[in-house]
Design a protein around this ligand. Structure first.
Ligand code: SAM
Length: 225
């Protein structure tokens, strides 16, 4: 059995009872970041073999984990933070297990996209999650322009501290200084949500250099729902 287990995105208490039970019962934990997962397991006094499964080893590691599953062992797949498969390498193992008829189940929990949407105050009954925008300005502006004019409700992006300013500048340009929400360090000690015109938020991050993890949201609904 492959268990897809959601883990916290900051606050270690944001984990479900089922997730803890599952991490205790499986044979192996496959983790995107073994050090991060060790901190979580130690916190809950769970002793389990942890093996790595991340972006750069997934092609080699996926088939090995599949063999382990075929031998009848159980694996919990966890990501660095949040729900495996949401903008992280979890997807490829889930697909591989599914294509090989391995029983799969999910232990749902927190994910940054829904946490940010809930806190943003933006309409949440219709939304589009775009994951990470392209890293370079040309690709990013092209992607943003393709979203312009689409009646897609609230649009949500993940962003890193290195690129957040450039991304906000591109959003300001393409959408003509829209109202945006930037959620930072959700569930952590320095959780902070900035709301306002893109130009004001850019000015804020010039004055306070961005650190941590970010989710950017804006509403593209044409009827302002
Ligand atoms: N699987 C994760 C999830 O369920 O949200 C997302 C993994 S993705 C590789 C990492 C990105 O998620 C970060 O760059 C950031 O955009 C977002 N993120 C994760 N934790 C966050 C937090 N505590 N606050 C704000 N954004 C966060």
């Amino acid at each position: 059995m492959l268990y897809i287990v959601s883990t916290p995105i900051g606050n270690l208490k944001d984990i479900t009872l089922r997730a803890i039970e599952t991490l205790k019962l499986v044979d192996i934990v496959a983790a995107e970041d073994t050090r991060q997962t060790k901190i979580l397991l130690d916190h809950y006094e769970i002793q389990k073999p942890i093996t790595s499964f991340f972006d750069h080893n997934q092609r080699v590691k996926g088939p090995r984990l599949l063999e382990t599953l075929k031998e009848g062992k159980s694996i919990a797949l966890v990501s660095d933070a949040g729900t495996p498969g949401i903008s992280d390498p979890g997807y490829s193992l889930i697909k591989l297990a599914q294509d090989n008829n391995i029983p799969i189940t999910v232990i749902p929990g927190v994910t940054a996209v829904i946490t940010a949407l809930t806190l943003s105050g933006l309409p949440s009954h219709r939304f589009v999650f775009e994951g990470f925008l392209p890293p370079k300005t040309v690709g990013r502006c092209k992607k943003l322009t393709s979203l312009k004019g689409q009646d897609s409700g609230t649009v949500i992006f993940y962003e890193s501290p290195h690129r957040i300013l450039k991304t906000l500048e591109d959003i300001q340009k393409v959408f003509e200084d829209p109202y945006i929400v930037v959620a930072r360090e959700l569930t952590k000690m320095f959780e902070n949500v900035q709301k306002g015109k893109a130009s004001d938020i850019i000015a804020h991050f010039i004055a306070h250099p961005p650190r941590g993890e970010f989710v950017v949201l804006l509403n593209l609904a044409q009827d302002n729902d």
